[in-house]
Design a protein around this ligand. Structure first.
Ligand SMILES: Nc1nc2c(ncn2[C@@H]2O[C@H](COP(=O)(O)OP(=O)(O)O)[C@@H](O)[C@H]2O)c(=O)[nH]1
Ligand SMILES: [Mg+2]
Length: 342
């Protein structure tokens, strides 16, 4: 059965079914994705990342609630939430910190929540997430919130999917700022100090401020006259307005600071469009996806042409230091003939 038309017609059951097929790497999922792809490219992808317990789920919840119940005069947006938490499998409803809000969202046809645990999915978690995002995008969800635990490379890759990345910190989680360890601060467009009702907010803010200045010296030198002896492209970049990641305080359990966060998200969206960065990010994102898929497909295709024993022979030679890793690759690509002398 082709699920794509039902997705485009906004049928939730078909949507849920397709997401499962994609997560399970079923051919039917791929076929539908191909058909849906021309309908994508509209949604604003917002990544929310940070250490466990900082309040990401609570915040995502609040954001979704706000988008569904905006201030007067604004239309509610259709919101999809993808929660990627490799450490905790789907727990059926309790995934979002605040259960009461969760129930507020549960009956709302304008909200779709999907939780994903790490599985041995082909192409990895980031690829699966990218596919789920495409489905939501085609289904007309305007903002897609992607919650990831900012720890490993997979999470950073997922965060790279987003147009706007929010890094969430909380005071008192330890002496060091967790996100810095993972190097994720570099991809932050908006920094949030959640749990602002707890002691230590100022010092967390100060630490973030310092890291921002250290990590992004370019952000402090935006005077066009600096651009004199650079090439054209650099000059063009130098006169673009520079986005300085704002540092915001929130109390996700109360909803404090959420409207300001929504404002910052919309400002960043506007910035991306005004400066042409949106198109650039889209191109980079798709190139990244293309290259990854290409790599996986080439490896899979090549694997099918070589026997296990040939592969084992080369690997053994490598382990015994008879050949180097580069030589091993060369031999394998040459057909891996075991008769070859190294
Ligand atoms: N005091 C306080 N607790 C919060 C706040 N935001 C979240 N929490 C609590 O912190 C815990 C972890 O929240 P959760 O959203 O699951 O964090 P996540 O692991 O980052 O997704 C939960 O018990 C929340 O109720 C906040 O702003 N202030
Ligand atoms: Mg969470």
């Amino acid at each position: 059965m082709n699920l794509a038309p039902s997705i485009l017609a906004g049928e939730r059951l078909a949507l849920a079914r397709l997401l499962s097929k994609i997560e399970n790497n079923m051919q039917e999922g791929l076929t539908a994705l191909n058909e849906l792809f021309p309908h994508t490219g509209q949604a604003h992808l917002v990544g929310v990342t940070g250490a466990p317990g900082t309040g990401k789920s609570s915040l995502v919840n609040q954001l979704a609630y706000y988008y569904r119940h905006p201030i007067q005069g604004q239309t509610p947006r259709k919101i999809a939430i993808i929660a990627v938490d490799p450490s905790s499998p789907f727990t059926g409803g309790a995934i979002l910190g605040d259960r009461i809000r969760m129930q507020d969202l549960a009956g709302d046809p304008g909200v779709f929540i999907r939780s994903m645990a790490a599985r041995g999915s082909l192409g990895g978690l980031a690829q699966t997430t990218a596919s789920l995002v495409q489905v939501f995008d085609a289904a007309g969800f305007e903002t897609i919130l992607i919650e990831t635990v900012g720890a490993g490379q997979a999470e950073v890759d997922i965060a790279r999917l987003a147009h706007t990345t929010i890094v969430v910190e909380a005071p008192g989680l330890g002496d060091e700022i967790q996100a810095i360890k993972a190097g994720i601060l570099e991809i932050a467009d908006i920094l949030v100090v959640n749990k602002a009702d707890r002691p230590g907010v100022e010092s967390t803010e100060r630490a973030l401020q310092n890291m921002l200045q250290l990590g992004h010296p370019i952000r402090n030198m935006k005077r066009p006259e600096d651009a004199q002896d650079r090439d054209d492209e650099q000059q063009a970049q130098a006169i673009l307005p520079i986005w300085v990641p704002p540092i915001l305080r929130t109390v996700a359990t109360q909803g404090d600071g959420v409207s300001e966060l929504v404002r910052a998200i919309s400002d960043h969206y506007q910035y991306l469009h005004d400066t042409g960065q949106w198109k650039k990010r889209e191109r980079n994102r798709l190139q990244n996806e293309l290259d990854n898929l290409l790599k996986d497909s080439l490896v899979a295709r090549w694997r099918a042409t070589i026997s296990k024993s040939e592969y084992k022979y080369i690997l053994d030679s490598l382990v015994e230091r008879r050949i180097s890793p580069h030589q091993a690759v060369e031999s394998l690509l040459d057909g891996g003939s075991p008769g070859k002398s190294f």
